[in-house]
Design a protein around this ligand. Structure first.
Ligand code: AMP
Ligand code: MG
Length: 513
């Protein structure tokens, strides 16, 4: 249970980096979260590191934020490392709670991250800048507050890959190695990730104050989140209900978009569920290679709570925990409040299905209707029966018509020798040729949503191995070139579109914290 004295409040920053404060590449800081009551955070500076080295700067994102990436010099390296603070920053660790694998934890919080501030980007959009792996905070519990190169590279790759797939996500601005070793199963090189998010408010942030029975704080946080993310909810006769409606809708859309690219988050605890509807906290996540509906990667998800096909219901479970926290401000009458919130939660499945089903139909280039849904579900069955690669099956489908002779990659080979798939392909070809739209247009549209390049697990691992074993970051750059332009053919990078060979396949992923 936090006490007021635990929360130091702005103005009494405990650690002062190196006592330095600097500008960060012309960023337009405007910090608002740190103006909330001091029970919402701990004011704390990152803990300096001994020998920082910038190994990746996301220049495109830097420009979007208003920085001039050409002038990111030593001084900015210090900021990305947590050794200095931008002069306009107000550094805080946010408090939150959460259900981890269904178990209630009354206080989690940023145990290894510091929000250095909010900036208004070039389009005027407010974005959090956070350092992850920046040293201990009062929320670290037994942890060291640090991150290691492997998980930081993984988060960078997967989050930037997700952004390029047009899936809402936190972004990665920079990776700095710290020159320090961090004790995990073995000693590993330390790193700090600069993460950019539309905010870091989670379902767990609301749950923390719910757990504290602090109705005023819930109202303040809800008002803040509405203003920041969903001002349209203010038009609702009950803005808090409007807020819930917006979060339900965004979450349903987000999870349907994961399902459409075969993404498994792996640790969809309520503290990893953003109320802004962004994918957040890339831990043991993975994109599926072979399609299995109940695929699990995370080594700690032994019961398959966060399996691929469980994600839609987990999304609703998390939203139900969120709705619970708002009941006290939706209506004074508990029964009425519950009935109203339930009515909103009931919109989750229709929204999810609308997005998921229409997206599935688009993946095979057909209109969204019942008959075509049955067609796509039968394809998924055949893919699962043959262990076909999720990404390559969809990407290569047009070849069944345009280049039947070269419909012969590894996934295609598996499908071709499957009798039921042959029947399916005859049906699909007939359907697709009957449509009003030309085949050329249909295939172009399919290629705009069926990626060629995704951050495949075995390739991420290869990039990490090069980085750690040889301090060679060239494979990272090459993979980023592919996954940040995921729909475009690139003859030099086709090896990155390949599914893993049996000996390359990664069957489990680890939190690696
Ligand atoms: P995650 O599983 O990454 O979502 O983290 C769950 C909680 O554990 C959050 O409160 C994190 O801040 C905290 N945590 C994870 N790793 C560390 C670490 N190395 N040191 C301190 N806290 C950590
Ligand atoms: Mg987390």
């Amino acid at each position: 249970m936090p006490t007021r004295t635990n929360h130091t409040g702005i103005g009494t920053i405990e650690r002062k980096n190196n006592g330095q404060s600097k500008h960060l590449g012309n960023l337009n800081f405007d910090n608002t979260y740190s103006r909330l009551p001091e029970t919402f955070f701990q004011a704390i500076a990152p803990k300096p590191v001994s020998n920082p080295r910038l190994i990746r700067l996301n220049k495109v994102l830097a420009k979007e934020l208003g920085m001039d990436p050409c002038i990111v010099e030593e001084r900015d390296l210090d900021i990305f490392a947590g050794n200095a603070a931008p002069s306009e920053s107000q550094q805080i660790a946010m408090v939150y709670a959460g259900h981890q694998f269904g178990n209630w934890v009354p206080r989690l919080g940023d145990g290894r991250a510091v929000l250095i501030g909010e900036v208004l980007d070039k389009k005027g959009k407010r974005r959090d800048i956070q350092l992850k792996g920046s040293g201990p905070t009062m929320f670290s519990r037994m942890g060291d507050g640090r991150a290691t190169v492997g998980p930081v590279i993984r988060e960078y790759l997967v989050s930037e890959g997700m952004a390029a797939l047009r899936i809402p996500t936190t972004r990665s601005l920079a990776i700095v190695t710290t020159g320090e070793l961090v004790a995990r199963e073995r000693m590993e090189p330390g790193a700090v990730l600069t993460r950019v998010a539309s905010s870091h408010i989670r379902v767990g942030t609301f749950q923390y104050f719910y757990g504290q029975k602090d109705e005023d704080a819930i109202r303040q946080l809800a008002d803040y989140a509405i203003n920041r993310h969903y001002p349209e909810a203010l038009k609702d006769s009950n803005p808090y209900l409007g807020f819930l409606r917006c979060v339900v809708e965004r979450t349903a859309e987000l999870i349907s978009s994961w399902m459409l690219v075969g993404f498994i988050h792996g640790v969809m605890n309520t503290d990893n569920s953003s109320i802004a509807g962004e994918t957040i906290d890339y831990g043991p996540c993975a994109f599926m290679d072979e399609f299995h509906a109940n695929k699990v990667f995370s080594s700690i998800d032994t019961l398959g709570r966060y399996a691929y096909n469980q994600q839609p219901s987990i999304g609703l479970w998390n939203l139900s925990r969120f709705a619970e926290t708002l009941l006290c401000i939706i209506d004074h009458n508990k029964e009425q409040s519950t009935a109203k919130a339930r009515g909103i939660l009931e919109t989750y499945w229709p929204t999810f299905e609308k997005n998921f089903h229409s997206g599935l139909c688009q993946k095979i280039g057909v209109e969204h209707n019942e008959e075509n849904l049955s067609l796509i579900f039968r394809l998924l069955d055949h893919m699962s029966e043959t262990r076909a690669d999720f990404t390559n099956t969809f990407r290569n489908l047009p070849k069944l018509i345009t280049a039947p002779d070269i419909f012969n990659g590894e996934t295609e080979e598996k499908l071709r020798s499957h009798r039921a798939f042959l029947d399916w392909s005859i049906e699909w070809k007939a359907k697709i040729t009957e449509q009003k739209e030309s085949l050329d247009t249909t295939f172009k549209n399919m290629n705009k949503i069926n990626p060629l390049f995704i951050p495949r697990n075995h390739q991420i691992q290869r990039v990490i191995d090069f980085a750690i074993d040889a301090e060679d970051y060239q494979p990272l750059e090459e993979m980023l070139t592919a996954i940040t332009d995921p729909f475009t053919e690139n003859s030099k990078l086709m090896h990155l579109a390949k599914q893993p060979q049996p000996d390359e396949e990664i069957k489990q992923t680890f939190c690696g914290t």
